[in-house]
Every structure is written in structure tokens, then in C-alpha cells.
Design a protein around this ligand. Structure first.
Ligand code: F0G
Length: 405
């Protein structure tokens, strides 16, 4: 396992308590300080003996490969998207399709590391609050590890596919009468009382696995570093993890150029966008977030300060998109590229389009949009935005009549 320690992101102190979700000394956010010395003498190609996927990057990960809990996560396609790029006037546009992960979202990257760590520390019960994908992923990895799992979901606001997965993989599914932020508050309290080991992204181990999306993009582009990476922001764990991967690649000298991290939120749920708009390092939580992109319906992102630092330090940007823009981008991606993503994931494409229209993104930039989850996660949304099936009798002539309409 790569040498590492838990440290406070705010005050830098080392933290010994494996169950802490904030710094015992200052209350700050936690992170993992990796010792990357063994990588200093290596080149990216030296890791290529292992197939593309999270565990190719074991030297960047604080988990023991010999004890890994894995369902072969990562290794997702990076699609060149010329047709979509033509529509939104970005010539060199790519989509990293995280919907191709085993449970259909990027969360699997974090869970393989988080649940492996849970095994290492002897946890018996794991849990999380979730807008859906985290719970689907954790339920699968807990099943694989033979652990008990409890997931806490905002009642009535979880897309059907995600809820089905959490139930199917055998988690105890608890529907909280409140939103995601309320559910997270409850599960953090349970974790503090040691009723379960918390695997939300406030856990410093889980986001380490999520660094792998950036490491894969670099490998897939043969280290031709993109100018910009655009991704949706909800609880802000993913953009923080991508930023951490960038700083680690800089530290070991594998990159000298930094992609501009660009965080997109939904208009009804945009605390980070507001903070960015007034150049603040911290954000004001929103009480009643609302959006069709239920995955990012979050008013109080736990890693919000890390996200803002990621955006400022990389010279990136943050903007919001409306539900209409999200649904239009989702359809465009499906109809022009054959890529099916859920609404939150389409926010990245909608954001790229908006920023190109505003002139923030230049037409010659190399842009990678991270599309975080599969369209089938939320079948209701794609069904309601598509034409219904056409009813027909079995008679061939009437079928031909319909086809020639
Ligand atoms: N896209 C999808 C499909 C998501 O499920 C999430 C978060 C995000 C983007 C945002 O990522 O939170 O790291 O900023 N889903 C979490 C969940 C909150 O519970 O599944 P983030």
C-alpha cells in the first residue's frame, strides 16, 4: 500500500482517529497526504502493465491491493465528440463517460478504495447519505465485501434506477423525511456514535479513488493535458478529488500544465456558483435546493471550500445551468453522440455550451466534460423527454403506413 497519513486540510495536523470526519483540533476538513516518493522515478507508461482502471494507479492510492474490494471499476471510455462539439462550437471536445462503471456512475472509483479501507480497519457496518448513486455503489461494494450496509436517502427525490440498485444489492434503505443535507447530518451523527463507518466523500479515503478519473483522462490523452475539465458539482467531492490528482501529478513532475477546473451546478442549487461569483473562499448554504438533476440537489456541499480552491487555483470557472438547459444537453448528447447520461451529468455539457456562448471557453480549447452517471439511472426523466412508442396493429400494411409518416 502507498504510504500515507490522514491530515487536516485546514490546519495540517495529523489525525489518528479512523472514524473522525473532521479535524479533532480545529474542526477542519480531512484529506490524505500521500507519500509519492516511489513515483518520482517512474513514468506514466510504467503503470501500463495493469489495465486501465482504478487499480492501475495503486501507487496513488491509500489502500492495500492485496485486500481490494473490486468489481472492476474505472477504465471508462473517453469519447472524442466531434458532432456535439460542432453543435456547441468547441472543436476539440471529449466526454469521459462514467456511466460505464459497474454500477453506472463514477462513485465506484471511490467505493473500491473506501470499502477496501473499511475492510482494513475491521468495520462491520458501512453507511452513507445519498442522492442515489453513492448508495447504489456502496450497496454493491458492501455486498462484495460481505458487510452490512445502511443508506439514507431523501424521501421521494431519488431516481428510480438508483433506488432499485440500493434495494437490490441488499442494503437497508432508509428514506429520510428531508433533503440530502438532512440525511447527511443524521448519518454523520450515527458514524460519530460508531453505529457505522461513514463512506460519504467527507471520508478522506473515498475521494482518493475518485482521483483515478483524472489519471485515466491523462493516460487516454497520452498526457496531452486538456485546457479545461468541466464537471457537475453537488457535494463537491469529485471536483476536489480531481484537483488533488492534478496537484499530485504536478508534485511528481508528470505534468507542467494545469487544466482549468470548471464546476457546473443547477440553477436551483448553486451555493458554489454564488460564492465564485462574489470571489469568496467559503459559501452560504441553500436551504431548499431544487432541480431536475436530483443527483446534485444539494444546498450544503461538505467539500464546498475544497471545490472553490480547486476552481481558483486552476484558473477555472463556475456557472449554473437551468433545468431546461440540462435536459436539452442530455438530449443533444444522446441524439448526436449516442451517449446516454443522467441529468446531473448533462449539466457539464450544458455548462460547456453556456460558457462557450459567453466566450469564457475559447473555440480552440481542448475540453473534457466528465459525464458522471448513466441515463438508465433515471428512466423517468428520459421517458418524459422523449416521444412515446407508437401503437400499431400486427398488420404489415399499417406498420408501413406508420414508417412512411
Ligand atoms: N453527478 C452525479 C451523477 C452524481 O451522483 C453526483 C453526486 C454528482 C455528479 C456530484 O458529485 O457530489 O462529488 O460533487 N452524487 C452524490 C450521491 C451526492 O449521493 O450519489 P459531487
Amino acid at each position: 500500500m502507498a504510504p500515507h497519513k490522514i491530515v487536516c486540510w485546514d490546519c495540517g495536523r495529523a489525525v489518528d482517529d479512523q472514524y473522525a470526519d473532521t479535524c479533532p483540533a480545529c474542526g477542519g476538513l480531512l484529506t490524505i497526504k500521500m507519500d509519492l516518493e516511489p513515483l518520482m522515478s517512474k513514468r506514466p507508461e510504467d503503470l501500463h502493465k495493469v489495465p486501465l482502471g482504478v487499480w492501475r494507479y495503486k501507487d496513488f492510492m491509500p489502500a492495500d491491493p492485496a485486500r481490494k474490494v473490486s468489481v472492476q471499476e474505472g477504465g471508462t471510455p473517453l469519447y472524442p465528440c466531434g458532432a456535439l462539439g460542432g453543435e456547441i462550437k468547441i472543436k476539440d471536445l471529449w466526454v469521459k463517460y462514467e456511466g460505464a462503471n459497474p454500477t453506472g456512475s463514477f462513485k465506484d472509483r471511490g467505493m473500491t478504495i473506501g470499502v477496501t479501507h473499511a475492510v482494513e480497519i475491521g468495520a462491520k457496518v458501512v453507511g452513507c447519505a445519498s442522492t442515489g448513486n453513492t448508495s447504489a455503489s456502496l450497496a454493491a461494494y458492501a455486498a462484495k465485501a460481505g458487510m452490512k450496509c445502511a443508506v439514507f436517502l431523501p424521501s421521494g427525490k431519488v431516481a428510480a434506477g438508483k433506488l432499485a440498485q440500493a434495494m437490490f444489492f441488499g442494503a437497508k434503505v432508509i428514506s429520510i423525511d428531508g433533503n440530502f443535507d438532512d440525511a447527511l447530518r443524521a448519518v454523520r451523527e450515527l458514524a460519530r456514535g460508531r453505529h457505522l463507518y461513514l463512506l460519504n466523500s467527507i471520508n478522506p479515503y473515498r475521494p482518493e479513488g475518485q482521483k483515478s478519473v483524472l489519471l485515466e483522462i491523462m493516460d487516454q490523452l497520452a498526457y496531452d493535458v486538456p485546457d479545461r475539465i468541466v464537471l457537475p458539482v453537488g457535494n463537491a467531492g469529485n471536483i476536489s478529488a480531481v484537483h488533488k490528482a492534478i496537484t499530485e501529478l504536478e508534485e511528481i513532475g508528470w505534468i507542467s500544465k494545469i487544466p482549468m477546473l470548471t464546476g457546473i451546478q443547477a440553477e436551483g442549487s448553486m451555493p458554489i456558483v454564488r460564492a465564485f461569483g462574489s470571489n469568496e473562499k467559503d459559501f452560504i448554504p441553500e436551504e431548499n435546493p431544487e432541480t431536475v438533476a436530483t443527483a446534485i440537489r444539494i444546498g450544503n456541499p461538505v467539500s464546498g471550500r475544497k471545490a472553490l480552491k480547486a476552481i481558483y487555483d486552476t484558473g477555472g470557472y463556475s456557472t449554473s445551468v437551468t433545468d431546461e438547459e440540462i435536459l436539452a444537453a442530455q438530449k443533444l448528447l444522446g441524439r448526436r453522440e449516442g451517449i446516454g447520461v443522467e441529468p446531473a451529468s448533462a449539466a457539464s455539457v450544458a455548462g460547456a455550451k453556456k460558457l462557450r456562448d459567453m466566450g469564457i471557453i475559447d473555440k480552440d480549447e481542448k475540453v473534457v466534460c466528465i459525464c458522471t452517471g448513466n441515463a438508465l439511472k433515471d428512466p423517468d426523466t428520459i421517458i418524459s423527454s422523449s416521444d412515446p412508442p407508437i401503437r400499431s396493429s400486427k398488420d404489415i400494411l399499417s406498420i408501413i403506413k406508420i414508417l412512411s409518416m
